[in-house]
Design a binder for this molecule. Structure first.
Ligand code: AMP
Length: 420
């Protein structure tokens, strides 16, 4: 047994009935977006490696440590996507969405890959639903995007998701802050690697989870004190709109995110029931990303919600998932001729919108009835040789045990009546 193939480390298989929950969460997350005019976008699961290096940022952990990168047989350098925004913005540039109706509102759902140290809530293959609103710099759009994320969690029945909000400034004021922060960080007692990080990506040091670092950066200058007038006005407007929309948030002046492209509005959805991996979703504005990857100036704002962690949150809050769809009718054929007839009956029922299944494999009456019980069906149709001769089938109510003979030509109608 030990040499059996297993799902690779940090990945897991989704099987029924649990898999139903993943579909459900994706649907609930997408529903508010679809109502708000976001169209579905699908981009390749791999992109040129340089896209992520330039878009997400070479000094980020995601790019420097976590990417699944490889060289193809044709010598192309490609990477399994570690996040969705860079690919979507690449597509928006490639297809000149900036020349059409703006904002271009897009949503996606799919698999993402990061070579991380696996632990609860942190996987190497994970699933996100994302939203991007591209081409317009309007704080009302930031507020819409944030509110749609909050709506998704509310619609899922989660009550313990907190929204953390910050502004990271823009290309005018962030460099000023960066320098102030660097000056502060250079005065601290940090290990060599962290000191290197101070020079390359000082904002990330604020995000260091180690207690000895956290203690030292407690008095670090916050980006909010360095915002330029435009960024401050933008942030004020976002907050006003969020208040108007009844969205509750917490100011998080130290919130920085793991991806370099964020400017101005930045936010994270957190859940306290998840231990170390508390972020269930996050996003922000990325006004310079298009130019970073060689496109025209094209502002944007978006988020990605983690499906897997959201499911952990649902479990932590003990929110009962909806019951998976079950089979209504289970057909039990006894003999080859009965199987021909019942396969047709099951097909006819499904065409009428009734979920139906059949006992495949010749299991005999007892085994097939066990299958009927396991299926959770309300009705079983049993067809034996004698029934065939009489032109009828036995319709059994699996709840009450009551059984009636029904003429074969009437069976679809009778079943539909019983189920209605
Ligand atoms: P990020 O792209 O890092 O902002 O991540 C957005 C969301 O995706 C996070 O809040 C998580 O819910 C989810 N996520 C990111 N990385 C992972 C991972 N390695 N495993 C599971 N979920 C993840």
């Amino acid at each position: 047994m030990s040499d059996l193939f297993r799902a690779p480390k940090g990945t897991f298989d989704l099987l029924p009935p649990d898999s139903e929950l993943w579909l459900y969460v994706r649907e609930v997350m997408a529903a508010p977006l679809r109502r708000a005019g976001y169209g579905y976008v699908e981009t390749p699961i791999f992109e040129e490696t340089a896209l992520f290096e330039r878009g997400v940022g070479e000094s980020t952990d995601v790019v420097s440590k976590e990417m699944y990168s490889f060289v193809t047989r044709g010598d192309d350098h490609v990477t399994l996507r570690p996040e969705g925004t860079a690919g979507v913005v690449r597509a928006a540039v490639q297809h000149r969405l900036y020349a059409g109706q703006l904002p271009a509102k897009l949503w996606y759902s799919g698999s993402f890959f990061r070579y991380e140290r696996p632990q609860a809530g942190r996987y190497r293959h994970f699933s996100q639903v994302g939203a991007e609103a591209i081409g317009v710099d309007d704080p009302a759009l930031d507020a819409e995007v944030v509110a749609l994320g909050a709506q998704a969690y509310a619609d899922l029945g989660l009550t313990q998701v907190r929204l953390l909000l910050n502004s990271l400034g823009d290309r005018e004021c962030r460099p000023v802050y960066r320098e102030r922060l660097q000056e502060f960080l250079r005065g601290l007692d940090l290990d060599a690697e962290t000191r290197r990080r101070v020079e390359v990506n000082p904002l990330r040091v604020l995000d260091d989870k180690r207690a000895e670092v956290q203690k030292q950066v407690a008095d670090a200058p916050v980006v909010g004190d360095s915002l330029c007038d435009d960024c401050r006005a933008h942030y004020d407007a976002v907050r006003t709109h969020l208040t108007d929309l009844g969205v509750v948030w917490e100011e998080a002046p130290r919130l920085v995110r793991g991806l370099d492209y964020y400017t101005r509005t930045t936010f994270e959805f957190q859940h306290d029931g998840l231990g170390a991996q508390s972020a269930v979703g996050g996003g922000g504005r990325y006004d310079g990303l298009s130019e970073d990857i060689g496109g025209p100036a094209m502002p944007g704002v978006g988020w990605a919600l983690g499906v897997d962690r959201t499911i952990l949150a649902l479990r932590a809050e003990e929110v009962a998932p909806p019951a998976p769809p079950r089979c209504d009718v289970y057909a039990v054929p006894l003999g080859a001729e009965a199987k021909r007839r019942l396969l047709q009956l099951v097909d006819a029922l499904r065409r009428e919108g009734v979920s139906a299944d059949l006992a495949f494999g010749d299991r005999g009456l007892k085994g097939a009835m066990k299958g009927a019980d396991r299926s959770g069906a309300r009705l079983a149709v049993v067809l034996g040789e004698r029934d065939l001769e009489a032109g009828e089938a036995q319709l059994k109510d699996l709840g009450s045990g009551e059984q009636v003979a029904v003429p074969l030509e009437e069976i679809v109608t009778v079943i539909k009546e019983k189920l209605s």
